[in-house]
Design a protein around this ligand. Sequence first.
Ligand code: MSP
Length: 521
Amino acid sequence: MSKRFYITTAIDYVNGQPHLGHAYEKVITDVIARARRSMGEDVFFLTGLDEHGQKVQQVAVAEGKNPQAYCDELAASWKNFAQKLGLSNEDFVRTTEPRHKEIVQTILSKLNAEGHFYKATYTGFYSTSAETFLTEKDRLPDGSFDASYGKVAELKEENYYFKLKDQQAWLIDYIEKNPDFIVPSYRRNEVLGFLKNETLEDLCISRPAARLTWGIPIPFDLNYVTYVWFDALVNYISVPAAHGDPKITESLKLPKNSGQPPVELWAADAHVIGKDILKFHAVYWPIMLKAMGLPMPKQLLVHGWWQKDGQKMSKSTGVSVDPIAVIDEWGLDAFRFYVVRELAIGPDGNWTDAGFQSRYSAELANGLGNLVNRSLSMLKKYRNGVVPKVSNELAPDADKAVQETIANLRKYELQDALASIWTLVNRANQYVDQTAPFKLAKDPTKAERLDEVLYNLCEACRILAVLLWSYLPTTSEKIYQQLGLTDSPNKLDAAKWGLLKEGQVVGEPAALFPRKDLKPT
Ligand code: MSP
């Protein structure tokens, strides 16, 4: 058994419908997972849903539904959404599943027995929408709390606390010694700044069942349920535990999974998360793991937030991008392409319909689509669809694009990798213009030159299909089919110039990205 490359997304709250932000995170994680597979690695990609807590309970109650029934309904539509995005996840976790709840309870009992928790009374302010206690430090200069906290109520209640105060020093040290633990580096600096300038408060890990019932019961005190973040973060190890991961099985003293062979997943290679949930992943999660005796995840890959037309997306203002509507109108690959091409993993992005449409027509329809279509159409027209003998004229350009793409994919520079791929799209389109095969075809003395040009174009299209597989799996498969190839473009090993064989008969060319009349925006 060898360790698999284990990558996760944040698990989404089921208190509404998925939007662009959720879709973006899942797509970039999927591209990384597919890229690793295409490099020959054994990958385990996990995504799923965060179903407990006040936010979900409130929506369920407002809709007059029992929370479990409400979650079951939404989970079905979020699972469809994962399919709609073309995700290649190995598992899908729901925090209401027994396999997850049992592990949360095992961890709570273990940490409690080892003295990590204490009970205390808290008097102060509580934000329901952020599910967090607020202190004097959270007040604005005018004494109020930021509107993002929603309704803030005064509370006096007893709860269980997880001791964090003594953990600050080793965590700072760990983050400083492991520069790749949090990327991009400005997010790492943000965490270090926070840890160095503020004293960590102990974390309240319970909520009284009298106030909130929708959570995992605290096993040693059934008057309480588990704080939703303590529950949610555990998904990253409860799923490996369910698959018999040896490190987790050992540290939590779980019974060995009889029957199925164990799957080695922990430590995670990357947790892909948005910038708003960095503190939970960079501070609380490492401390929880250390208390459990488990190694740290290798990396937190922190992405930025999308806006629409320069405005924050929100239910109340109705400013939003519905990924399903975009996919239905423009196709899945066009959506996947745009979000990764437009935004690197790190900074914030801005969706505009005009920007989407302009990339669709310039880069997909006129760039990639046109290249494949005219290359194959010319081969059909001038050579009956039969690939001529190997020619290496574009090989150096292709090799360079391949190397750059792989180097960028390894660094999770997904946007740069796409730009590297497009150097070959552009080079090949320029090659058509420079060599003018339609003119060569009119002159019988140029037949050999035409053979060369056609081979170079078709082989460039094949290499592009291989490079694009992680991003645009459907398009990439279509290019292979149109080339008459029966295997899958899903291995980067195939991005070697010259593998397209002389005598290969191509299939029917068909538009990959139909040109559309642009709508006024
Ligand atoms: N349930 C928690 C995560 C628990 S992980 C153990 C949560 N859920 S969420 O539904 O609010 O957000 C899920 C992910 O979507 C987060 O990583 C968040 O950053 C991301 N996004 C939500 N809105 C976003 C944008 N507008 N843009 C980009 N990503 C955003 O937080």
